[in-house]
Design a protein around this ligand. Structure first.
Ligand SMILES: [Zn+2]
Length: 382
């Protein structure tokens, strides 16, 4: 992939409108043109000629798109981590940076190395909550990366409080490593979503309340991992409503309206939501002790990359995640997943959150692009 800086070519909204009108011509002469090719497949293009205020400023040429391999229908890694321990890899008896047999928990050495590696490979972080809403604001030529942490344990280990009221973290816990990387790479846009149970981060309750407020004030998100870490696939409707509703209620007491309405399903259960299991709908809407909630997305404990939110197979109720672990490049570990992503399967951004850009051949049957979120669609010939 050739990552380039934005070209100096800035087309105004008015010029974009004229491009929309002349898109057929541009497609026919795409090899020679320096202008972006714009499809006429969406509702918005029909009206853009007269409503220039809905047009989007285009800052690249079709040649730039080809060289960078821009493709916003390709896939995105959502990493699933659990505990991060202040340890060297040499201090564990398991493969690579795994702290347990199955690799759910990671050493701080390995976690920091993961973050540096993703950065060097051209990945940049974004919020999960924005991803499910189709709001992808990642620089031109880069790929979105989403981090999630389940269970809260060892993610934020508190040593105390600084004089200015900021938290003092134990070295090597997840947030300490994230903050270190954030300071070193401002353009990485470091962020993560922490999915909690009733034990929150397992510090003292009053400390966790303050920590959670600090996290949302500092670019991190808090989500729902059920109150008691229950296997929801085995629960009846009342129990699911209690598990989901009471956790949202607890978060709403701490950070009213500032948590994300997303559930990481404990043990990835249930994996599907069939019509003959209506109790599972309580994951997505319900009322517990007078507190009403809705959930817009849920996450599996899956093995591989997630679909772009713009494509047909994206299922907002079944987001797939990559387990952050080592297994010598086998069994869907980090190395195997990123090898596949980097082999032509990764989402590469055009740098503009208001457009969906991809090679026309990727939607040749017309049924792969599905959810446009009202954004402008732009295609180019590979
Ligand atoms: Zn869990």
């Amino acid at each position: 992939m050739n990552i380039r800086k934005l070209t100096a070519l800035i087309l105004t909204a008015a010029v974009t409108a004229s491009l929309l009108a002349g898109c057929k011509k541009a497609e026919e002469t795409s090899e020679a043109t320096t202008e972006p090719v714009v499809t006429d497949t969406t509702e918005t293009t029909e009206t853009s000629e007269t409503t220039t205020e809905t047009s989007v400023e285009i800052t690249y040429t079709a040649d730039d798109l080809r060289k960078a391999g821009v493709n916003e229908l390709n896939s995105v890694p959502i990493l699933m981590y659990h505990r991060v321990y202040n340890m060297k890899n040499s201090e564990t008896k398991y493969t690579g940076g795994n702290v347990d047999k199955d690799g759910y928990n990671r050493t701080s050495e390995a976690f920091e190395k993961d973050l540096r590696s993703y950065y060097e490979q051209g990945y940049r972080m974004m919020r999960l909550d924005d991803y499910v809403d189709g709001k992808i604001d990642v620089a031109f030529g880069y790929t979105p990366l989403i981090l999630t942490f389940d269970d809260g344990i060892n993610d934020v280990v508190l040593e105390g409080w600084n004089d200015d009221g900021t938290p003092k973290f134990e070295e090597g816990c997840a947030i300490a490593v994230l903050e270190k990387i954030k300071a070193e790479f401002p353009d990485y846009n470091v962020t993560a979503t922490f999915f909690l149970n009733c034990g929150l981060f397992h510090n003292k309750k009053e400390d966790d309340v303050k920590v959670i407020k600090w996290l949302v004030d500092n670019g991190y998100d808090i989500g729902n991992h059920t109150y008691d870490h229950k296997t929801l696939g085995q629960c009846d409707a009342a129990e699911i409503e209690k598990q989901i509703g009471s956790m949202y209620k607890l978060l709403d007491e701490i950070i009213p309206g500032r948590y994300v309405n997303i559930v990481a399903l404990p043990y990835g259960s249930p994996e599907t939501f069939p019509a003959d299991k209506p109790q599972y709908e309580k994951i997505f809407a319900g009322t517990y002790e007078g507190f009403s909630y809705t959930t817009k997305s849920s996450l599996l404990c899956s093995w591989t990359r997630c679909y772009s939110p713009f494509v047909r197979d994206f299922d907002v109720r079944r987001l797939r995640r990559i387990r952050g672990y080592d297994n010598n490049g086998k069994d869907w570990d980090i190395e195997m997943n990123f090898k596949q992503l980097n082999d032509g399967r990764r989402y590469i951004s055009d740098g503009n959150p208001n457009t969906i850009v991809f090679p026309s051949s990727d939607n040749s049957k017309g049924d792969w692009l599905k959810n446009t979120f009202g954004l402008q669609v732009i295609t180019y010939d590979k």
